[in-house]
Design a protein around this ligand. Structure first.
Ligand code: NAP
Length: 170
């Protein structure tokens, strides 16, 4: 039994994350999807709550064959304790998938095997680009799974982001 951890903020979950997960599924028996910065929401960089992100990932993976767990993980003040914090929140894992240099460093220091995974069509499949498009009123729906677009429409996410951006300028 080989279990892998894939960590991200998923603000929002998009087709790039989805492709990475399909690749990871070929290498492990079970996948833990850690929703990072779970405490954050209603910010320009982090508009969606942990609960909304859990729903996005879970609904996008409804037909996914590989067993998976979607687990919110809050940030903590001390980087040196963060790996222990993560380990206390998720099932045991043998390998972690990330491209974040700090995360790679912290996991490696804890002697956890880390693998980097290229994101597909990085220019389009990017949380930053999708949030920029939402704010600008441009099309973004084709960069996320249809189930995720439905969730974002259901919570009027585009208007939430626009409202947050307004209060940020005041
Ligand atoms: P992130 O801050 O969400 O993402 C960093 C960048 O990497 C984003 O632009 C993201 O793009 C991109 N990215 C995500 N997956 C990728 C992939 N497979 N290939 C290429 N780029 C990718 O960081 P993260 O690594 O995804 O998540 C790390 C989480 O751990 C964060 O929530 C962070 O706060 C947390 N953390 C906490 C502590 C602590 O509490 N002390 C310490 C370390 C890390 P998208 O926006 O498109 O996803």
């Amino acid at each position: 039994m080989r279990r892998g951890l894939y960590l991200g903020r998923f603000q929002p979950y998009h087709l790039g994350h989805h492709e990475v997960l399909k690749q990871i599924a070929m290498e492990v028996d079970e996948i833990i999807i850690g929703i990072g910065s779970a405490q954050k929401s209603h910010e320009i960089e982090n508009p969606f709550t942990a609960g909304e992100r859990v729903l996005m990932v879970s609904n996008a993976l409804i037909d996914f064959d590989t067993k998976h767990y979607v687990i919110p993980i809050e940030d903590i003040q001390r980087n040196s304790l963060w790996v222990s914090h993560v380990k206390s929140m998720v099932p045991p894992f043998e390998i972690a998938y990330t491209n974040n240099p700090l995360v790679i460093e912290l996991l490696s220091e804890a002697e956890i095997r880390v693998k980097q995974s290229p994101l597909f069509r990085r220019f389009d499949y990017s949380g930053t680009e999708i949030r920029r498009r939402m704010l600008a009123g441009e099309k973004w729906e084709h960069f996320v799974p249809e189930s995720v677009a439905e969730i974002i429409r259901g919570i009027d996410g585009e208007n939430r982001l626009k409202t947050i951006a307004q209060s940020d300028q005041e």
